[in-house]
Design a protein around this ligand. Structure first.
Ligand code: TYD
Ligand code: MG
Length: 456
């Protein structure tokens, strides 16, 4: 018997290497190479070949055919730039348990209710389980078909039988192609199965959604392996201990990747969050030292997020610094600037900083708000309730402008904020907010009244 040739493939990017190595030479990921049987021969896809394309003038290409159709889930449609394009393939990646199956079941039910034929291939859960979930989500509709199938030929047969307009395969890591020797979830299987599904999507003009689990330990081939063969890659993120879920496009052939979709995981599934700032600021207590609101920007979407800091005396030589939802490196930098340029000492003090609501705020535009929160926590002086701050802090303690300041401030004004600390060069605020224009962190601290009372 001929010896099987094996290669070592990266579960992150799919790059092959003859020998095992700790680090992937393709993408630099550590510990991501796994040994797989090499499959040099091309795999027969569905056995049919599409009609040969013929060149046409660009003006004669029908643009309406490829216009997006709304799914009816507003936040999903926002990220997709209107909806799903017929014949497109969208990969929805995210960690197990984040809510991918829930989101796609809701989307399919909504499409079915609007009259489309939808087929949900459940390769992980039984039809019974999916039905129970659909009942709970109010997602029962006769036009939504279920099949519990894991093999590609079986899935293709189900597609032939149902002739759906929309297809979901949940998940791409649990389906397999019988012509491939490797195990389900391996790089070769995931790639070939996805290629077969892309082929049928284009052939039948079938809008297809694939679920892809992202696992940190690299046990399964990650969605990055598929990035180049699908049209759109969405990532579904969130902190499992919070209800908030964020949907972003990492790649989108039909539109912008700058949109952000927001959902709240509730008892009966995912709810759209059209006005996120309300969710983030709902439980904010006014007049508390160490709290400052930043008009952050996620893609195109301004989000008002409360940043909190707590400073506690300690006798430890290496006092603790903790940053939750914030960049630990920027926290260290701001503490250094506050000490050297403003004269506020944080040595012998533990520092805790967090972005409230399970959201991550790692952009430099949050520097000023975080620095003010730290100064406020240290001195015990609260900033005014209706105040936001937005700007980058430089090493010299200078305040620099960040992108789209006017949009950020307009959102803050819309939500009832009345004052903003901004860099000298900031544009006029459309909402008529009172601006404190500051050149340095020391000026910013003085402008909001921190340090005017007795120090602790
Ligand atoms: P699920 O969609 O199964 O996640 P994934 O497909 O990404 O693995 O959802 C997982 C979690 O969502 C589950 O732990 C429970 C929670 N959940 C709710 O809180 N409410 C609901 O209505 C549903 C369906 C799930
Ligand atoms: Mg699932």
């Amino acid at each position: 018997m001929a010896k099987l040739r094996t290669v070592h493939r990266c579960t992150d990017c799919g790059a092959a290497s003859p020998q095992w190595a700790g680090k992937c030479s393709g993408c630099g990921a550590w510990n991501s190479l796994v040994e797989e049987v090499d499959e040099p021969r091309p795999v027969a896809r569905s056995g049919r070949s599409p009609a040969a394309d013929r060149p046409v003038p660009v003006t004669e290409v029908d643009s309406a055919e490829f216009s997006p159709r709304p799914t009816g889930i507003a936040e999903l449609d926002r990220v997709l730039g209107g909806g799903l394009v017929p014949g497109s393939v969208t990969l929805v990646g995210g960690e197990p348990g984040i809510g991918k199956s829930t989101l796609l079941l809701q989307a399919m039910a909504s499409l079915a209710r609007s009259g489309a034929r939808c087929l949900l291939v459940s390769a992980e859960e039984s039809k019974h389980q999916v039905r129970l979930r659909a009942e709970r989500l109010g997602a029962l509709d006769g036009r939504l078909w279920l099949v519990s199938e894991t093999s590609i030929p079986g899935i293709l047969a189900a597609i032939d039988e149902v002739a759906p307009d929309y297809l979901v395969v949940d998940s791409i890591q649990t389906v397999f192609h019988p012509d491939i020797g490797a195990a389900p979830g391996s790089v070769s299987q995931v790639r070939e199965c996805a290629a077969a599904l892309v082929h049928v999507a284009k052939e039948r003009n079938l809008a297809t959604l694939l679920v892809g689990h992202v696992t940190k330990d690299g046990g399964l081939a990650g969605p990055r392996v598929l990035e180049h063969i699908v049209d759109t890659v969405l990532s579904f993120e969130g902190d499992r201990h919070h209800a908030l879920r964020l949907l972003r496009a990492a790649k989108h052939r039909f539109g912008s990747t700058e949109e952000l979709g927001l959902f709240e995981m509730a008892e009966a599934g995912l709810n759209d969050v059209p006005d996120p700032s309300g969710l983030f600021l709902g439980d904010r207590r006014p007049g508390v030292a160490g709290s400052v609101v930043v008009p952050a920007l996620e893609g195109h979407r301004p989000l008002l997020v409360e940043l909190q800091a707590l400073v506690v005396k300690t006798s430890m030589v290496m006092p603790r610094r903790s940053a939750q939802g914030l960049d630990g490196g920027r926290l260290a930098l701001l503490l250094a600037v506050l000490e050297r340029r403003v004269g506020l000492p944080f040595n012998e003090r533990e520092v805790y900083a967090s972005a409230v609501g399970g959201v991550k705020v790692v952009e430099p535009g949050a520097d000023l708000a975080l620095a003010l929160a730290l100064a406020s926590a240290l001195t015990g002086d609260a900033v005014p309730d209706g105040l936001v701050a937005c700007g980058e802090v430089g090493l010299a303690g200078e305040i620099r402008q960040v992108g789209q300041t006017a949009r950020r401030l307009a959102e803050a004004a819309r939500l009832g904020f009345t004052e903003a600390v901004v860099p000298l060069s900031a544009p006029e605020c459309p909402g008529g907010m009172r601006l404190h224009r500051v050149g340095s962190l020391a000026e910013a601290i003085a402008a909001v009244g921190i340090g005017t009372r007795r120090r602790e």
